[in-house]
Design a protein around this ligand. Sequence first.
Ligand code: ADP
Length: 508
Amino acid sequence: LISSQASPGLHVIHIAAEMAPVAKVGGLGDVVTGLGKALQKKGHLVEIVLPKYDCMQYDRIRDLRVLDATVYSYFDGKLFQNKVWTGTVEGLPVYFIEPHHPSKFFWRGQYYGEQDDFKRFSFFSRAALELLLQVGKKPDIIHCHDWQTAFVAPLYWDLYFPKGLNSARICFTCHNFEYQGAAPASELASCGLDVQQLHRPDRMQDNSAHDRVNPIKGAIVFSNIVTTVSPTYAQEVRTAEGGKGLHSTLNFHSKKFMGILNGIDTDAWDPATDIFLKVQYTANDLQGKAENKAAMRRHLRLSSADDSQPLVGCITRLVPQKGVHLIRHAIYRTLEMGGQFVLLGSSPVPHIQREFEGIANQFQDHEHIRLILKYDESLSRYIYAASDMFIIPSIFEPCGLTQMIAMRYGSVPIVRKTGGLNDSVFDVDDDTIPYQYRNGFTFATPDEQGLNGALDRAFNLYNNDSETWQQLVQKNMNIDFSWSSSASQYEELYAKSVARARAATSRT
Ligand code: ADP
């Protein structure tokens, strides 16, 4: 066990449902690891608490072993045993909770999308706090993420602070306000929260469905710090159109709410060291990138007749948020314009998955189009490296990581101007932006015409001015997308909150 006194900095414990690369569905997993590592580098003691899923990538955990202590946690009026495991992931100490509950909460072969997700994650949130209490942790910050661990905020103040787990400030980060986890109010009682007290308009009652409780709302109300993952998205969710019903709550609590742009883990995403690539490369050696493009074309049975034919990549969860109709359109438009297109994506929405399976079949043996409908990290790295352009036509995008990864691998982003895309991609033709910041192609209106405008301009530059294109690629590969500056912003928020709490305690 890591001693809580070992570090001179802050002691930060993340309680989360995902962590890359062991348990990752999307950006949340990347953020927990990336932010955690950056804060650890700055001298803070960072620990993570995760569920012990059956479907995790166990080969990415070092020194996994079971703790001697068994943690008993409350649910539905009874106490359940939890086996607790420790291990190291990407240099970060992690606790994995394995509930011995008859419902086998984390033994489902998938992370989310189960009928009883509310139960699974409210159980986990409580068990995580119970673990911290029982092993005597004294964290300065407990950082919870998304609705799955939003329960931590009310549980901490209502139940665990009085029990003596009282050293911490609570930080909550919402990675996507689309997913709020609202459920019938009575379900809240299972994890020991007081429905009478919390099912109220100023606490956890859902703003639209009044018979429901909303975990995200609860975390906004009960946390000391609330963040989301980009400044533009933080503005958007404070409006009626963008807030998915929570804009009034966010406006009421605006003093503790801010948007901090995510970084990427630049050690994990580095074309110079990426072992999944055919050849590693840097901004000064774009021949290596060209070799990856050639190798991937062979691998996917795409035509290699023309080296300079542009290759457009897209790596995404296929959900409405990502602009699936525009992704589909981009495939056909790319073909019309003489390019190649590779899509790597999978969908939790059956009709979208079926639709894309149809398109994949249509292009099964096509020499310029390939759709691969699965989750595959090593192939994703190959596509980032092989593609010349990368398309992200999102309807909304809290932060988006793929545009940053694409740029680091020398693929020029073509994006809709929304959320974090608006904070990280700046149009090469926009004279209002200083030249050194311009790095991609953007469009404002989420329709086919809007997308065509940006895609056509990208093809134009690629086909007609290869020197400028290459300079753009090299400039993008050298942009600093590391967590360093964003982690400093979190550090400052944490430190201020801790200082306020200490000042308040010393006054009493
Ligand atoms: P979101 O969190 O909404 O899914 P982000 O852009 O924040 O979107 O993060 C997406 C992350 O998931 C990136 O690291 C991306 O490479 C990865 N990813 C998405 N789809 C796939 C896939 N089908 N296979 C491999 N990686 C994927």
